[in-house]
Ligand binder design. Structure first.
Ligand SMILES: [Zn+2]
Length: 203
């Protein structure tokens, strides 16, 4: 005899939930049950919020950060930010990490990835042309390359800095690389230590 299963609608819901990051089969089932057995409107609210987010969230044509509806992006739309400094990041989510640090008050530019020929990511796949166009139309004095320090990140930083060369008035900087806060030297890998030494500063 065929074993009884959930109705197909529930199976579909569980399958969708399972595709979310960090949610395994058991959690997917638990969430589906909680949603269906909760007050009716809780599930409807979630469905509505999801549909609205999918339909209403886009990307800022200037910096590439998320933006909602027809409103300008919260960063480019803020007149108190310093528009003369642009911090170049790989992903939109990197912006939130930097914002949470509270250390930066300028604008951003999202590349949308990093150069990786093996994964078929080439310069034309990144928003490098859009960055060059911004340099033409905006008064930008400094570009900070805040891409990762892995091989692809280094290659991306190198490529972008080359693309920006020939503009003597433009200051191009790279995030300092060094030791993690609160640690001793014994657990630091050689490359990090090497970069920390070469990037040392006077105190
Ligand atoms: Zn923006």
């Amino acid at each position: 005899m065929k074993r009884a299963e959930y109705p197909v609608e529930i199976q579909r819901l569980i399958a969708s939930l399972k595709r979310l990051p960090g949610i395994g089969p058991r959690s997917a089932e638990r969430i589906a049950m909680a949603l269906l057995q909760s007050r009716q409107d809780a599930a409807t609210e979630l469905a509505q919020a999801l549909a609205e987010a999918v339909a209403g969230v886009g990307f800022c044509p200037r910096c590439g950060f998320f933006k909602g509806g027809d409103r300008p992006c919260v960063i480019c739309g803020n007149p108190e930010r310093d528009a003369s400094i642009v911090c170049v990041v790989e992903q939109s989510t990197d912006i939130l990490s930097i914002e949470r640090s509270g250390a930066f008050r300028g604008l951003y530019h999202v590349l949308g990835g990093k150069l990786s020929p093996l994964d078929d990511v080439h310069p034309e796949n990144l928003r490098i042309d859009a960055l060059l166009a911004r340099l033409e139309s905006e008064s930008i004095a400094e570009v900070i390359l805040a891409v990762g320090s892995d091989v692809e990140g280094e290659a991306t930083a190198h490529y972008v800095s080359e693309a920006l060369s020939g503009r003597p008035e433009l200051k191009v900087t790279r995030l300092a690389q060094g030791l993690p806060a609160g640690g001793g030297l014994e657990h630091i890998d050689e490359l990090t230590l090497h970069r920390a030494l070469s990037g040392r500063r006077a105190i």
